[in-house]
Write a protein that binds this ligand. Structure first.
Ligand SMILES: *Cc1c(COP(=O)(O)O)cnc(C)c1O
Length: 233
């Protein structure tokens, strides 16, 4: 006898979908606490070390902004994802000026401009490009970024580049597993943005996005909380 029961097919949410839900909830709660509109906070999905299929999966779940750290790595993934309509790719890792033409070709946004020379190289590639200035706010060795004192000249140099549109500032504080530790750095970046009339602030990662949003972040760069732990590059 055929059963009259209509069975609902159980479709488990993928792990990425669940993590995305969680990240969106964290962003929304932090925005609410800070009395900010969550629509003003861009979720940048950091896909470094993960294959192009991770970008595709995130795209299928509605994500449109992706962050990559290495020009060469993204060059290999780019053919699989370059035609995703509306997707934008941000370079968030250090860029050497000899790779600037390739970077300009592959990316829509370069968040790590830190010298006038690099800005001029990106400009001379001839493609309109959104840029942010990476600011170094700690004395850590081997960290790229312009110092706050170098910012005025760098901003002038970028504004003189006809193909570059300056969106704001980006920073990466010293790593800490304490989400409160980066607060002074985030606060300082916001002050620098105010001083220089730049509204975009790219700051905050998986473990400190709440702190960053409380301090005014307009772009949180999230890898681990979406895609899981990375193998060492
Ligand atoms: C890897 C990386 C991130 C993402 O860090 P998670 O802690 O995995 O969220 C963000 N920003 C930059 C510059 C990175 O290199």
């Amino acid at each position: 006898m055929p059963s009259a029961v209509a069975y609902c097919r159980y479709i488990p949410m993928t792990e990425l979908a669940q993590r995305l839900d969680l990240v969106r909830t964290r962003i929304a709660r932090a925005a609410e606490r800070a009395r900010r509109d969550p629509a003003g906070i861009l979720l940048l999905a950091v896909t470094k070390v993960f294959p192009a299929s991770a970008i595709q999966e995130a795209y299928d779940l509605g994500l449109r902004e992706f962050g990559e750290n290495y020009v060469q790595e993204f060059e290999t993934k780019s053919p699989a994802v370059a035609s995703l309509s509306g997707a934008r790719f941000h370079l968030i890792g250090h860029l050497q000026s000899n790779k600037s033409a390739k970077a300009s070709e592959l990316f829509d946004v370069v968040q790590t401009v830190d010298t006038a020379k690099l800005a001029r190289r990106l400009d001379s590639a001839g493609k309109p490009l959104d840029v942010m200035l990476e600011v170094k706010l700690s004395e850590e060795e081997a960290k790229s970024g312009a110092s706050p004192a170098e910012l005025p000249a760098l901003i002038d140099a970028v504004r003189a580049c006809r193909n570059l549109r300056l969106l704001g500032l980006m920073t990466m504080p010293p790593w800490s597993d304490d989400p409160e530790a980066p607060r002074p750095y985030f606060r300082r970046l916001r002050e620098l943005g105010e001083i220089h009339g730049l509204s975009g602030l790219s700051m905050g990662m998986s473990n400190d996005l709440e702190t960053a949003i409380e301090e005014g972040s307009t772009c949180v760069r999230i890898g681990t909380a979406l895609f899981g732990k990375r193998r060492k590059p």
